[in-house]
Design a protein around this ligand. Structure first.
Ligand SMILES: Cc1cc2nc3c(=O)[nH]c(=O)nc-3n(C[C@H](O)[C@H](O)[C@H](O)COP(=O)(O)OP(=O)(O)OC[C@H]3O[C@@H](n4cnc5c(N)ncnc54)[C@H](O)[C@@H]3O)c2cc1C
Length: 370
């Protein structure tokens, strides 16, 4: 593993972001990893070697640590940068392919993800199976050399921008959850895929419903073993839940708020409390990254980080509502607009990536099992 000077890396990213902002490429915003889409920006990150840094060089990576990757993701999120194009692919589909995929899948997808060229969406949730992922009803039936995929996914973030979908499907209806699911990659430009937009509370389009109507997926596009999807997706969720986006999504708001109330002594306890919690969350994220560097899938630690992180993000919004005079206003270009945007995103924060109650169950079961 290549040793990286994380302070120099952090400084280089901050300098890059300052230049991008000065060139008018983006305005910082909360929740940018889901809402700010700019493929050219992702390509520029890829050119600088800041995507897929933990992956082997032969697949476009840099063989650096998860701690180096955390340094990059922290700064991108703190800067509210437009990272949605590569986020899902780089965060969890690439690592899933690397861990379980065939050499052919690795060669086909990893270099393009690391170059910032590819957008993936996550086809896990369905209308009757969000928390209970094991109950997905989308089927993939083997027919000759292909699986034929039938079913509908929902809440599929940025499916309308994606070239590929990761799909969790049932490949054996008779089997129990340990053997009934498989993970596969589906081409989004297949004519049998239909993407239907869903607007969120703020009236923005990032969610979709995605229907697969007899899409033929070559068997070689299955990630890992057919029937091993449950074990694989559980490990993948550690990547989904254990990153700094679970507590830094509202950082642009926290930064602007701290600046706005810096001279108000009555605000100090609230801001100080939030910053202390932020420090603890960062320490937890670093320990998750170090466990990943040690080759582990820290499922319980990632669940704890997400639970505590999303609660923190919600408290940032509550603090902003209490401390900023005036009504939150989505049309406002300043702080009141940022508060309104974050407030409208708030209900989804604790649901996406696994609801808090479900995460509590994972933590309790893991601790009980020792
Ligand atoms: C902003 C956002 C982005 C998302 N993006 C994606 C995406 O890209 N791809 C994707 O596949 N999905 C995505 N999702 C869906 C997300 O993963 C699901 O919303 C989540 O898993 C919860 O599932 P559900 O909505 O079906 O709620 P349900 O599972 O119906 O849960 C509703 C409530 O019941 C509680 N509950 C359910 N079961 C239990 C239980 N056993 N014990 C205690 N309480 C329980 C839950 O905690 C929750 O509060 C996204 C969601 C949001 C909000």
């Amino acid at each position: 593993m290549e040793c990286v000077d994380t302070s120099a890396l952090r400084a280089a990213i901050v300098e890059f972001l300052d230049a991008e902002r000065a060139a008018g490429v983006y305005e910082p915003r909360s929740d940018s990893w889901m809402r700010s889409f700019d493929r050219d920006f992702s390509r520029r990150l890829g050119e600088r070697g800041w995507l897929g840094v933990t992956w082997p060089r032969e697949y476009g990576g840099r063989e650096q640590s998860h701690v180096a990757r955390l340094t990059i993701t922290e700064e991108l999120l703190r800067g509210g940068a437009p990272v949605a194009s590569h986020w899902i692919g780089e965060r969890q589909i690439g690592p899933a392919i690397l861990r379980y995929g065939s050499d052919a899948l690795k060669a086909e997808f990893l270099p393009s993800i690391a170059a910032g060229e590819l957008t993936f969406c996550l086809g896990m949730s369905e209308s009757e199976s969000g928390s209970d992922l094991a109950a997905v009803r989308t089927t993939a039936t083997l027919d000759g050399e292909d699986f034929v995929v039938e079913g509908t996914k929902i809440w599929t973030t940025n499916a309308h921008h994606s070239q590929y979908a990761y799909v969790l499907a049932c490949t054996d209806r008779e089997a129990d959850k340990g053997a009934r699911l498989s993970e596969m990659i589906v081409d989004m430009d297949d004519p049998q895929v239909e993407v239907r937009p869903i607007l969120d509370l703020a009236g923005e389009h990032h969610f979709n419903e995605v229907a697969f109507d007899g899409v033929r997926v070559p068997a070689g596009r299955v990630i890992g073993e057919v029937g091993n999807g449950w074990a694989q997706v559980t490990a993948q969720l550690a990547f989904e839940r254990g990153g700094p986006e679970r507590f830094l999504s509202t950082y642009p708001l926290l930064g602007a708020l701290a600046e706005a109330v810096a001279d108000d002594p009555r605000a100090a306890p609230a801001i100080g409390g939030l910053l202390a919690r932020l420090r603890a969350l960062r320490a937890l994220a670093w320990s998750v990254a170090m466990l990943m560097d040690a080759g582990e899938a820290p499922i319980a630690q990632a669940a704890i980080l997400k639970m505590m992180g999303t609660r923190f993000e919600q408290d940032v919004v509550e603090a902003a509502r209490a401390l900023v005079p005036g009504e939150p206003d989505p049309t406002d270009a300043g702080l009141l607009g940022m508060v309104a945007g974050a407030q409208l995103a708030m209900p989804g924060i604790s649901l996406r990536g696994g609801a808090t109650e479900i995460l509590s169950g994972i933590v309790a079961r893991t601790i009980k099992a020792g």
